[in-house]
Design a protein around this ligand. Structure first.
Ligand code: PMP
Length: 417
């Protein structure tokens, strides 16, 4: 009898039968409040009726068109619709299946377009698990250990993770930008640097929002040296942060934006968007793949976008996010075990630390497991896996947030009491 490989690490023992909205129902009929959303994917909730209908209708018409052989209607319609939400000027798109593939594609595009070998990433960033994307990932050695040699040409600068450094945000930002300039002078000259790859909020790295001064500093250096600013919005895009794009909070304009996860409510689809003039610097046929832009995924993405806009899910993410952040902070105020609670929109992280401020992985893991036992599914993240994150579907309502906070409060008081 075959079994699932033990190399997969399972966050919970739950075996799901079906999902509806913010709930998952397991094979024993137990209901779980899903504050993981399939790692930030099921933006419209599990099996939103409009998404289900769009996918079902598309399945009966065309499943696979292969977009470098023929075009199909959902692909063209999605592209046109994304034009209405993408940052201005980023109106040239192509598709892949996963976030990692989008990162790889942007890496190829950046190198082709600039003729430069290096990229700079920011410590704590997660960009994927394929070897190139893992080479650019610094959110934990668990993603890159043992698979080397990693790709050359990746250099790491600090991210303004103020809590980690024990500084205020301004000091952390000044430090990060100064170290970036030092990296330019000592390791990767600007004219050897093709791109910055950065997340507007560190996701796997611990739910740490960037800030306006930091991203403006990157933009300034990108403009001064002809370096591309690639924003990895795989986790932060599509309303997750309470604005349509994570970078909308910071007023920065990217050269390339990467989308996946929330884009298609759970169907595999990712996209790479840039200006046409930038795309034209690579050459036809240099990107593509068998499955990218799958017809059913595109139909699901069109329905997802429609639901997000029609039902005000971006605004809901902002409001429910505030409720969740405030509630999680009140819970943290009652214990010394949670040193920081932060986030943007429906990305909320609680960082567990010991009395002397060291990462407290054991308590965070205990809390995550206890929450699962009480019907609240959560994940951990951060370099030390000591941040418990809440990332519910964007359709979550006020009562469901209260319910999650009630369970979280009980769990925290039990595991830290
Ligand atoms: N970039 C970011 C910011 C992500 O959060 C993730 C997934 N957690 C990826 C890239 C990789 O996406 P995938 O797992 O679909 O390859």
């Amino acid at each position: 009898m075959a079994q699932l490989s033990p190399l997969l690490k399972q966050a919970t023992p739950v075996v799901v039968d079906h999902g509806e909205g913010v709930y998952l129902y397991d094979v024993d009929g137990k209901r779980h409040l899903d504050f993981t959303a399939g790692i930030g994917v099921t933006s419209t909730g599990h099996c939103h009726p409009d998404v289900v209908r769009a996918a079902q209708e598309q399945i009966g018409k065309l499943i696979h068109g292969q977009y470098t052989t023929v075009m199909h209607k959902p692909l063209l319609e999605l592209t046109e619709r994304l034009g209405g939400v993408l940052p201005s000027g980023l109106d040239s798109l192509f598709y892949a299946n996963s976030g990692s593939e989008a990162v790889e594609a942007a890496l190829r595009l950046s190198r082709q377009a600039t003729g430069r070998p290096n990229v700079i990433v920011f410590q704590g960033g997660f960009h994927g698990r394929t070897v190139a994307a893992a080479s650019m990932t610094t959110s934990g050695t668990r993603f890159s250990a043992g698979i080397g040699p990693l790709m050359a040409g990746v250099h790491v600068a600090p991210f303004p993770y103020a809590y980690h450094y024990g500084w205020d945000e301004e000091t952390a930002t000044k430090f990060a930008l100064r170290e970036l300039d030092y990296l330019f002078a000592t390791v990767s000259a600007p004219n050897e640097t093709a791109a910055f790859f950065v997340e507007p909020v560190l996701g796997e790295g611990g739910y740490v929002p960037a800030n306006t001064a930091f991203l403006a500093g990157l933009r300034e250096r990108a403009d001064a040296h002809g370096i591309l600013l690639v924003l990895d919005e795989v986790q932060t895009g599509f309303g997750r942060t309470g604005r349509f794009w994570g970078h909308d909070h910071f007023g920065v304009h990217p050269d390339v934006v990467l989308i996946a996860k929330g884009l298609a409510s759970g169907f595999p689809l990712s996209g790479i968007a840039a200006s046409e003039s930038l795309m034209a610097k690579a050459w036809p046929g240099s990107q593509g793949g068998t499955y990218g832009g799958n017809a059913v995924s595109c139909a699901a993405a069109i329905a997802t976008l429609e639901v997000i806009q029609r039902d005000g899910l971006v605004e809901n993410a902002a409001e429910r996010g505030r409720q969740l952040l405030d509630g999680a902070r009140l819970i943290a105020d009652k214990t010394a075990a949670i040193g920081d609670v932060r986030g943007l929109g429906l990305l909320v992280g609680s960082e567990f630390t010991t009395a002397d401020g060291e990462p407290d992985t054991a308590t965070a893991q205990k809390a995550q497991k206890a929450a699962a036992d009480h019907g609240l599914l959560l994940l951990t993240c951060g370099a030390f896996m000591n941040v418990v994150r809440m990332v519910p579907p964007l359709v979550v309502d006020a009562a469901q947030v209260d319910d999650a906070l009630r369970i979280w409060g009980e769990v925290v008081s039990t595991v830290t009491g």
